[in-house]
Design a protein around this ligand. Sequence first.
Ligand code: SME
Length: 157
Amino acid sequence: MEHSLSIDTSVGKEEIYLQVLNQLRALVQGEEDLIANLANSCALLKEAFNWWWVGFYLVKNQELVLGPFQGPVACTRIAYGRGVCGSAWQQQKTIIVPNVHDFPGHIACSSASLSEIVVPFFGSNQEVIGVLDVDSEHLNYFDEIDAKYLEAIVAFF
Ligand code: SME
């Protein structure tokens, strides 16, 4: 099926997220392949918000391995408990980092990234199967609104 994006980015953040959720619902409907759905999700999010980096890491053999993303090249493997991504996996909850330089152990894939949010997502047994990572070149860019909607987005997977 052919899909075209039509997101009005002139509105507020919550309104953009609501459009993203609607588009995503249509995009993933009838498609069970996880990688295909993750790939389209980051394309949609990049189009909607033009973040510095947005992408997924997937749990494989006890570590996080880079999955579909939009943005500059990134580190490919992250250990359990390491960095923001490994910490979100370990704590099984969303982590918002207003300033990456204040987060002990932050993994700097790009020196341009200044703030970050990482949202874990879960398999059928409530185990973490991956994380959504979003980076911004601006300080203090993410808040509870982002957490709420990004958690709703990863609930599709
Ligand atoms: N900063 C992340 C690593 C992934 S990159 O930002 C894409 C972390 O500390 O886990």
